[in-house]
Design a protein around this ligand. Structure first.
Ligand SMILES: Cc1cc2nc3c(=O)[nH]c(=O)nc-3n(C[C@H](O)[C@H](O)[C@H](O)COP(=O)(O)OP(=O)(O)OC[C@H]3O[C@@H](n4cnc5c(N)ncnc54)[C@H](O)[C@@H]3O)c2cc1C
Ligand code: FES
Length: 271
């Protein structure tokens, strides 16, 4: 049996500065690491430590893997100081991703905030790979300011795609901003979704996940059709240490993707 803690070396091929706090790292693993969209990997900075991240690239890209990382503490700070051609370790993938086949023939509403667009970008690229299989794909994305928007270079391309509707908001606009101003949940009032034939997929900071889910429920989305990508402090990543408990679940093993129906009764769900 393969040792689940075994690391693969991965060269940092390219670093893209998304915002002052967020960078995308394009990694070239020595051995290709296949993942399903929504699963996560553990990334090690040699001599420093490791942390979990969800790939932001398409699972159909087998020769590289991208992770979009916000500076949050010790490991992420060191990662932000790393340069192209340096080497990190990766292990995984772990957990359960999005059950894409359950989304076929449905309207797929994606709701993302801040760096929460990272797993959602991988998810979106996966949907776009077989775009005809979905009734509609709608991306609602919010950031604090126009400068805080990630994947700025991709939005112009995505906006040209038929089959994908995009709405963006910022909490605080500047004079060049021509889209919505306000918290991301205001976008949900703008899109008319048939909640009988839809799924909603949400990722972002806990406060945004909380109010996003509340709003989706008010609009008639069913708890079983709201998919949340959950985060908890992790250690082993494989269901052994108990660090990532969420009610009766372990986020690393049973998630990180859960339906709201599965976890709605967990106290402190949004911490
Ligand atoms: C499944 C999963 C996928 C993730 N995907 C991404 C991603 O794609 N991009 C990204 O930028 N981040 C992602 N994260 C969050 C990322 O793992 C943390 O930001 C990282 O572990 C922080 O490590 P650090 O050593 O830099 O910070 P630390 O020095 O460990 O901590 C800094 C602060 O953040 C808190 N913290 C640490 N980990 C978490 C966590 N998981 N949730 C909430 N608070 C935490 C600590 O308690 C502390 O207050 C993901 C987390 C999980 C569990
Ligand atoms: S991180 Fe160890 S059980 Fe989930």
């Amino acid at each position: 049996m393969k040792n689940p803690y075994l690391l693969t070396q991965a060269k940092i091929e390219k670093i893209i500065s998304e915002t002052s706090e967020i960078k995308t790292f394009v990694l070239k693993p020595k051995e290709s690491l296949l993942f399903a969209t929504g699963q996560f990997i553990e990334l090690t900075v040699p001599g420093v430590g490791e942390a979990p991240f969800t790939p932001s690239s398409s699972p159909y890209e087998v020769n590289k893997i991208e992770v979009t990382i916000m500076r949050a503490g010790f490991v992420t700070e060191k990662l932000h100081q790393m340069k192209e051609d340096e080497v990190v370790g990766i292990r995984g993938p772990y957990g359960k991703g999005y059950p894409i086949d359950k989304f076929y023939n449905k309207e797929v509403l994606i709701l993302g905030g801040g760096v929460g667009l990272a797993p959602l970008r991988s998810f979106l690229l996966t949907l776009l790979h077989e775009v005809d299989k979905f009734k509609r794909i709608i991306l609602c994305y919010g950031a604090k300011t126009p400068q805080d928007i990630v994947y700025k270079e991709f939005f112009p391309e995505w906006k040209k795609l038929s089959g994908l509707e995009i709405l963006r908001s910022v909490d605080k606009a500047n004079k060049n901003w021509k889209e919505y101003e306000g918290v991301v949940t205001i976008l949900l009032d703008e899109v008319k979704v048939n909640t009988k034939e839809s799924v909603a997929v949400v990722c972002g900071p806990p406060i945004m996940m909380k109010f996003g889910t509340k709003k989706l429920l008010e609009l008639g989305h069913q708890p079983k059709n709201i998919y949340l990508s959950m985060e908890r402090n992790m250690s082993c990543g494989i269901g052994k240490c108990g660090h990532c408990a969420l009610g009766k679940y372990y986020v690393c093993k049973d998630g990180p993707v859960f339906t709201y129906d599965q976890i709605k009764d967990v106290s402190e769900i949004w911490v």
